[in-house]
Design a protein around this ligand. Structure first.
Ligand code: ZN
Length: 347
């Protein structure tokens, strides 16, 4: 076996966790066609090839990504759609040896087009339970605020989620950039904290004011994790603060042809080597060439020439940075340590 093949197999077979993946970013071209036909939707693309071409030609940057993303997500309509999409995703997690995943969903986008919170939640949670039984993949759910929408709409979402409080582990925040969004949603996060949600927020890369957003997420929103957050690399004081807090950063070094060079790999390497708790995640795996987690980790290893020990460390960060109970966490940590030991990797 060549060194590369040995490393690839080591990564593929490793028991993994993922902390940053949006259910709505997992619709394959075939799924999009199936859903648009099933729901009689006037979808702009009529073939797998047309969808692939649209994906390849999206403008660079967050807006170019999201404009296409929301057209795709509009094909989801019924409780059964949410069930099917989530179950398909969790089956793919099993194929990637992901044993635990925290999944984002975006209720406001769906409620704004007439799909009840209850229907979304029912489909998603049924699939999570089925996956636990059928695939042995355990999951928890994080609902995200769309930060470009009004504060009242976020409070409304908290109310809609109230009956399911104990089945949704956390609150996050994503979607289009909104300048100084942490200040905008301070009261919503305070309420969510009182309600017992764990807290996280996206702080995207290469967008205006990203460093201030990260600082405000830490100090104003009191988040326990930061999603993306890689611009921290530009602020030594912030790096110090992230290390001191043992703050988890859920990095997503995703790739598409129209993006500028892969700077994220360098940012990740710098932060990782300075002791920041970075995890590797796929964000919206059907919408990026980097795809699902095994492939992503192989590309990250190849791009930065990490050792097996370092690859285990990235995955360990995801288990220890998860919101599982200490007991449940320990079970997975033990499993990963055994895997490393059985491959002569000293941690
Ligand atoms: Zn994301």
């Amino acid at each position: 076996m060549t060194i590369n093949q040995d490393m690839k197999t080591f990564i593929e077979n490793m028991p993994k966790a993922e902390l940053h993946l949006h259910i709505e970013g997992t619709l394959s071209p075939q799924t999009l066609l199936t859903l648009s036909e099933r729901n009689n939707i006037d979808f702009p693309y009529q073939s797998v090839e047309a969808i692939e071409a649209a994906l390849a030609n999206r403008p660079a940057g967050l807006d170019g990504f999201l404009d296409h993303h929301y057209i795709a997500v509009s094909t989801m309509k019924t409780e059964a759609d949410f069930y099917d999409v989530t179950l398909d995703l969790l089956k793919t997690c099993q194929q990637n040896n992901i044993v635990y995943i925290e999944l984002f969903f975006d209720p406001q986008f769906h409620t704004s087009r007439g799909i009840s919170f209850d229907d979304q939640f029912s489909g998603i949670s049924r699939a999570c339970e089925q996956s636990r039984l059928q695939f042995g993949v355990q999951s928890n759910l994080i609902m995200c605020i769309n930060r470009e929408r009004p504060v009242e709409s976020a409070f409304e979402m908290l109310e809609q989620a109230r009956p399911y409080r104990d089945q949704i582990i956390g609150l996050g925040m994503d979607s289009y950039e909104e300048l100084n969004f942490p200040l905008k949603f301070k009261e919503v996060f305070q309420q969510a904290k009182k309600d017992g949600y764990r807290l996280t927020s996206h702080c995207d890369v290469d967008v205006p004011n990203s460093l201030n957003h990260i600082w405000d997420c830490l100090n104003v929103l009191e988040v326990e994790r930061v999603d993306h957050g890689l611009m921290a690399v530009d602020d030594p004081k912030l790096i110090e603060e992230l290390v001191a807090r043992n703050m988890t950063l859920t990095a997503c070094p995703v790739r598409r042809p129209t993006d500028p060079g892969p700077q994220d790999l360098d940012r990740i390497k710098t932060l990782f080597e300075q002791g920041v708790k970075v995890t590797i995640n796929t964000d919206d795996p059907a919408e990026f060439e980097t795809g699902y987690l095994s492939n992503m980790l192989v590309e990250v290893q190849e791009g930065s020439q990490y050792s097996k020990k370092e690859m285990v460390k990235f995955v360990m960060n995801a288990f220890t940075g998860s919101w599982l109970s200490d007991t449940a966490k320990q079970k997975y940590v033990d499993q990963l340590q055994e895997y490393a030991a059985s491959h002569q990797v000293q941690l």
